[in-house]
Design a binder for this molecule. Structure first.
Ligand code: ASP
Length: 322
């Protein structure tokens, strides 16, 4: 046998072995996955958003539609300064929104740096369903929204303008922890059919540089779902999450046998090991195919909501740094 033929046969052998492994994994998970009750989990203290997502699941809505119903609650909430309407602007005073969605088939859509459109998670779903693309940004995303019936709205509220003008006096950009500038909404839902869908929606870091995009709309960083395994969402310092492709990493760790909590912890530890004494916050939240949820965060202060069996509960997460 010549050298090339030998290597080709070797490669075919390796490929076939991993396909067999993948199929065995999927079958094993399928047999185990009896979902009696739908579940919704959501970053931070977005009680109402998670409840609405849970209610939608109870009525039989699919996972992604339910997650979007939840995300819309915070996108429309003027009091939330890190998502949608009322979100903090960039340093020039312009509010720009980012969002991503992913469904159980592995389809995804995202929008980056969108101005004057409130429901960017719905828009990301429209990108996924109505275009041949995955990502639309800026003006193009806004034009696509207008062509699909969305209305233009100013996203800057009197309150967020006041805070921005106050910030401008010193213009010191110093993102610390989650005290007042990290609160992205990430929702993962498991529907009655046992399928997972999710959303990540944000206005990004407060007073970010013009044009800055964080992890939230980047598939694999702010959000990732593999319906054979589970899903993950992220919040916190987007630059650090992007550097480890955080949500994808969490899902792959679960594929390799870690629980949702262990997988999130490992991802947080990777960030921790790269940063001597991090002053920022990062948190991951994960849900597996069997309905187990878990989370880990770098700093004190992160919690998440879990809706299950008509109970919408806030769960505090123990930080890696004490
Ligand atoms: N992860 C978001 C970003 O970096 C911020 C956040 O979670 O609040 O844009």
């Amino acid at each position: 046998m010549n050298r090339r033929l030998f290597f080709n046969r070797l490669l075919i052998g390796v490929g076939a072995a991993s396909i067999v492994k993948e199929k065995a994994y999927a079958n094993k998970k399928k047999n185990n996955s009896v979902v009696k009750n739908p579940i919704s989990i959501c970053t931070w203290d977005f009680k109402e958003a998670n409840f609405q997502a849970g209610m939608a699941l109870e009525t039989g809505k699919d996972a992604l539609s339910s997650a979007i119903i939840g995300a819309n609650v915070e996108e429309e909430n003027p009091k939330n300064s890190t998502v949608g309407y009322g979100g903090a602007p960039d340093r020039e005073g312009t509010v720009t929104l980012d969002a991503a969605v992913m469904d159980y088939k592995g389809n995804c859509g995202s929008v980056l740096g969108v101005e004057k459109i409130i429901n960017v998670s719905s828009l990301a779903k429209d990108v996924m369903e109505k275009t041949p693309h995955v990502i639309l940004s800026g003006k193009g995303a806004q034009n696509f929204a207008l062509n699909n019936g969305y209305k233009l709205n100013s996203l800057l509220t009197d309150d967020s303008k006041k805070k921005w003008m106050e910030w401008k006096k010193k213009s010191v950009y110093n993102p610390k922890t989650n005290v007042d500038n990290h609160d992205t909404i990430g929702i993962l839902c498991l529907d009655k059919k046992g399928n997972i869908g999710g959303v990540c929606s944000t206005s990004g870091l407060a007073y970010k540089m013009e044009g800055r995009i964080g992890d939230s709309p980047i598939i694999g960083s702010g959000l990732y779902i593999d319906n054979n395994v589970g899903g993950a969402v992220a919040t916190g310092m987007g630059e650090e999450i992007i550097k480890i492709v955080g949500s994808f990493l969490v899902v792959e760790l679960m594929r390799n046998g870690k629980t949702p909590k262990q997988a999130c912890e490992e991802a947080i530890l990777r960030i921790y090991r790269k940063n001597k004494s991090p002053k920022f916050q990062v948190a991951f939240l994960a849900l597996d195919k069997q309905g187990n949820s878990g989370s880990s965060c770098l700093q004190e202060g992160f919690s998440y909501y879990r809706y299950k069996n008509n109970i919408n509960k806030n769960l505090k997460v123990k930080p890696i740094i004490n």
